[in-house]
Design a protein around this ligand. Structure first.
Ligand code: A2P
Length: 353
């Protein structure tokens, strides 16, 4: 008989939390118990799981007793606040926040790329930034054939990356503008409906924002390479869900288009969408709700003999966050996983954080 596990979702009422709930159901994760945790604001509210109504609890010191896995998606400060309680309770936290991603003791994992990294966990495994995950899934299979030397990436990031309330804000702004009213912005610094602006995370002295630097540092950590040169421009666009990215890769030698197409066509977690006759390429609307990262417009870079360009769209709430976390949990419990993901041992940790 297969074993089952006691799982808690921290941030269960949020955009990623509700997706986590859906994925545990869809993928029939081996659950012995499921606990839904959020802030005191949501205590007593209910969510549906496998036809049953589950009550949301306010997270507390006692919440993690007897829990095996915590899927955390309630922001970095909440993850940091409960980290010790979770680890001391003997649970493994799969953390969707940026709080621990660059900690050398914390594995940063994309199951299609570095599943083996999980084995070194000490109670915390970090889920990478959403734009980084989508890019990593598409670039890794090419990098395996010929090392990528330089990446230039521009992102087109949807509102849902800023949480469930941000999606409501864009819808409200769109209605206001269509009625001739002045749109109000609260979550974002400016109205996003019918507009776009650079990602509003803090800037560094070189003019890159935090989101852009996450793509640099996290990709290097996931790929296990310090010398990959990356420059990112992250833009928020008035799309409700699913991010898109224009990716330019530079290799030492030319990368054949036919070969690249063949590799990406078979890569785990990637789906090729390329119909040049009808100009049908990846779109956020079609990526929404899909597990795969949609990739297309693969072409030679006419400005560089060793350059390759492509375009991708991926559901960042799903593969960029919740699905990636559930895939990590599946690796932890050794549930049969999709092709291309290695098996790694267990909930056992190397030592306590
Ligand atoms: P709540 O609904 O009670 O505010 P999103 O990223 O979509 O905004 O969702 C954030 C999630 O994190 C929600 O489930 C939210 O719960 C939860 N959350 C936010 N702050 C805290 C906190 N201090 N403690 C526990 N959960 C929190």
């Amino acid at each position: 008989m297969s074993k089952s596990y006691r799982v808690a979702i921290l941030g269960a009422t949020g955009a990623v939390g509700t997706e986590l709930l859906q994925l545990l159901e869809e993928r029939d994760f081996p659950l012995a118990d499921l606990k839904l945790l959020a802030s005191a604001r949501s205590a007593g509210s209910s969510l549906c799981f496998k036809g049953q109504t589950l009550t949301v609890e306010a997270v507390s010191e006692q919440s993690f007793h007897g829990i095996d896995i915590v899927l955390a998606s309630a922001g970095g400060s909440t993850s940091k606040q409960w980290q010790r309680s979770i680890v001391e309770a003997g649970a493994v936290m799969i953390d969707n926040s940026s709080a621990f991603r660059m900690d050398p003791q914390v594995p940063l994992v994309v199951p299609e790329v570095n599943p083996q990294a999980i084995a070194a966990h000490q109670g915390i495994i970090a889920n990478p930034n959403c734009t980084t995950i989508l890019m990593a899934v598409a670039v890794w299979p090419l990098h395996q054939i010929q090392p990528v030397r330089r990446v230039i990436v521009s992102t087109y990031q949807s509102a849902s990356g800023a949480g469930a309330r941000a999606m409501v804000e864009v819808e409200t702004q769109a209605r206001a503008i269509l009625q001739g009213e002045t749109p109000e912005a609260e979550i974002f610094p400016y109205p996003l409906a019918f507009n776009l602006f650079p990602h509003n995370s803090p800037w560094n002295e070189q003019g890159y924002c935090q989101e852009e630097m996450k793509m640099v540092h996290e990709t290097r950590k996931i790929f296990g390479t310090d010398d990959l040169r990356i420059s990112a421009t992250c833009i928020r666009v008035p799309v409700l869900r699913a991010h898109s990215e224009a990716v330019n890769l530079e290799f030492d030698r030319p990368f054949g288009i036919t070969e690249a197409r063949g590799i990406l066509g078979q890569a785990p977690g990637v789906k090729l969408i390329e119909d040049w006759q009808t100009s049908h390429f990846p779109m956020p609307m079609e990526a929404t709700g899909q597990d795969d990262v949609l990739v297309g417009r693969i072409r030679q870079d006419i400005s560089h003999p060793c350059g390759l360009e492509f375009w991708l769209s991926g559901d960042q709430v799903r593969k960029g966050a919740a699905l990636n976390a559930v895939q990590i949990a599946e690796l932890l419990v050794d549930k049969p996983v999709s092709q291309g993901s290695a098996r790694v041992p267990s909930l056992a940790r190397t030592s306590q954080v």
